[in-house]
Write a protein that binds this ligand. Structure first.
Ligand code: IPM
Ligand code: MG
Length: 360
């Protein structure tokens, strides 16, 4: 099969981790006789430097017209002083909205090889951590009106707004995801305070009638934050709005050992998806070849599975990651005092995983 992939390397460690994901995709292409064509697109700080705009129309067009987009990470101190609507992150939000990818899927699963890297008690980890956060990605407070004005003092406003149809379409993804797994859906909101959350909850319950095989529960977001560290084994699929999903997915990643391990997929109405690790651009370690590329490599595997319908190829990548971790290879973020571990650079990790893909 031939696929055209738009590649946004981005800022900080972005280019390094994306290189490793491409190494692994190339190994898959060679093994299965596929052709992956890559086209560089610019978004974030690098686009501000090159074009004076975090996401010029030309770059969005490349992404929308591709078969899918592979993204490293964007942002960094260098662009901290640029106005809010020109920040690198704004490019990311415009990309997500421009591609219409409303459904962001973030798995929190512990690799048995990394159990000792989890900050949770061993007995809690032993109960299992394997859940998915389905995050609404192009609505809510991220996309409401933002303004700062003077009225005797500075005042800022960020509007949080959701329509029934926006909630319904992400709700359905939540129910359908749960249906393919352990059939438990937890809808997370703040309905004791927010109108948007009360609407969210009512739409989820209306949808529940159509999915009688899925057990729906509700949880307030503050309680959910607590339950994720207390007993993560209770969760199968969590569905939540944009900002709550942002916060909970970082928390969920930490209990699995490292945020460097977690991939994500973002999809809308078409098969053209956006695939990115959930971590940031880590400017403090950029250029040192020490970042963990596994979150990006696993994002590439998700691209194969969800956008290109290549489940065997995706399985190979996931198995290869397990194999390399099983051999004791670790980047710095997942290193522990355990015996027999070997430190790998970012580029070595990519090479090891690519080799393992071919050997499977
Ligand atoms: C994420 C990131 C982004 C978000 C930032 C970089 C805008 O934290 O993908 O989780 O908040 O969505
Ligand atoms: Mg985040």
């Amino acid at each position: 099969m031939k696929k055209h992939i738009a590649v946004i390397r981005g800022d900080g460690i972005g280019p390094e981790i994306v290189n490793e994901a491409i190494k692994v995709l190339d190994a898959v292409a060679e093994k299965y006789g596929h052709t992956f064509e890559y086209e560089d697109a610019y978004m974030g700080g690098c686009a501000i430097d090159k074009f004076g705009d975090p996401l010029p129309e030309s770059e969005l067009k490349k992404c929308v017209e591709s078969d899918s987009v592979l993204l490293g990470a964007v942002g960094g101190k260098k662009w901290d002083s640029v106005p809010g609507n020109m920040r690198p992150e704004k490019g990311l939000l415009r990309l997500r909205a421009g591609m219409g990818v409303y459904s962001n899927n973030r798995p929190a699963k512990i690799w048995p090889q990394l159990a000792s890297a989890s900050p949770l008690k061993p007995e809690t980890v032993a109960k299992g951590i394997d859940f998915i956060i389905v995050r609404e990605l192009i609505g809510g407070i991220y996309f409401g009106e933002h303004k700062t004005y003077e009225d005797g003092e500075k005042i800022s406003e960020d509007v949080m707004k959701y329509s029934e149809s926006e909630i319904e379409r992400i709700g359905r993804i939540g129910f359908e995801t749960a249906r393919r797994r352990r059939k438990k859906l937890c809808s997370v909101e703040k309905s004791n305070v927010l109108d948007t959350s009360r609407l969210w909850k009512s739409v989820m319950h209306r949808l529940a009638d159509e999915y009688p095989d899925v057990e729906l529960s509700d949880m307030l977001v503050d309680n959910c934050a607590m339950q994720i560290v207390k007993d993560p084994s209770q969760f199968d699929v969590i569905v939540t709005e944009n900002m709550f999903g942002d916060i909970l997915s970082d928390e969920a990643s930490m209990i699995t050992g490292s945020i460097g391990m977690i991939p994500s997929s973002s999809l809308g109405k078409t098969s053209c998806g956006l695939y990115e690790p959930i971590h940031g651009s880590a400017p403090d370690i950029a250029g040192q070849d020490i970042a963990n590329p596994i979150g990006t490599i696993l994002s590439a595997a998700m691209m194969l599975r969800y956008s290109f319908d290549m489940p065997r190829e995706a399985d190979d990548i996931e198995e290869a990651v397990g194999k390399v971790l099983g051999e004791g290879w670790r980047t710095g973020d997942i290193m522990s005092a355990e015996e027999g571990l070997k430190r790998a650079k970012c580029s070595e990790m990519g090479t090891l995983i690519a080799k393992a893909v071919k050997a499977i």
